[in-house]
Write a protein that binds this ligand. Structure first.
Ligand SMILES: CSCCC(=O)/C(O)=C/O
Length: 159
């Protein structure tokens, strides 16, 4: 995973990196300290380890069901969907996502107008804590597949 401070006045194609100048990168630990976001790298071939990590994270975040979302150019209405997913949201539950293929960005806003961009790829497991403003988009590859975990009661989610 790559993490950096995003240009707060970025305009144009959301899928571009939108670094500030000079670029300011963060480590996963710095991201956790600043925003409370937890990131894990999982070897997807190591199924025992994957199961163990997922069950720990699911218990800690109190999520108990999941779905799979694939975003690609094959999708009807892709640009409308991406517009919607880029709208900032605040959830009242942790938002737990495992990237199973492709790449994507999560942007989080720990302070007003201070956006941090997480570039995620296969094997990245991200926990965005409840209450933290965030949004989502793809990279120029236009392809990602994720497993999203949520509370059973939480039947209204985007995408
Ligand atoms: C790949 S998850 C897309 C949706 C999303 O990020 C969301 O709804 C967060 O709350």
């Amino acid at each position: 995973m790559q993490i950096w401070t995003m240009d707060p006045y970025a305009c144009g194609d959301k899928r571009l990196p939108h670094h500030i100048f000079p670029p300011k990168r963060l480590t996963p630990d710095q991201l956790t300290t600043k925003a409370g976001v937890m990131c894990y790298k999982i070897d997807m071939e190591d199924t025992m380890n994957l199961k163990k990590r997922l069950s720990r994270v699911k218990a800690a975040s109190n999520v108990n069901s999941s779905d799979v979302l694939a975003i690609s150019e094959a999708l009807n209405g892709l640009s409308g969907m991406l517009e919607e997913l880029y709208e900032p949201v605040i959830r009242d539950t942790d938002w737990v996502v495992l990237i199973t293929d492709g790449m994507c960005y999560f942007d989080v806003e720990p302070l007003e107008d201070e956006w941090i961009r997480l570039q995620c790829e296969k094997g990245d497991l991200v926990v965005i804590p409840k209450g933290l403003t965030h949004r989502f988009t793809v990279t120029p590859q236009n392809y990602v597949q994720v497993q999203r975990f949520f509370h059973k009661r939480h039947d209204a989610f985007r995408g």
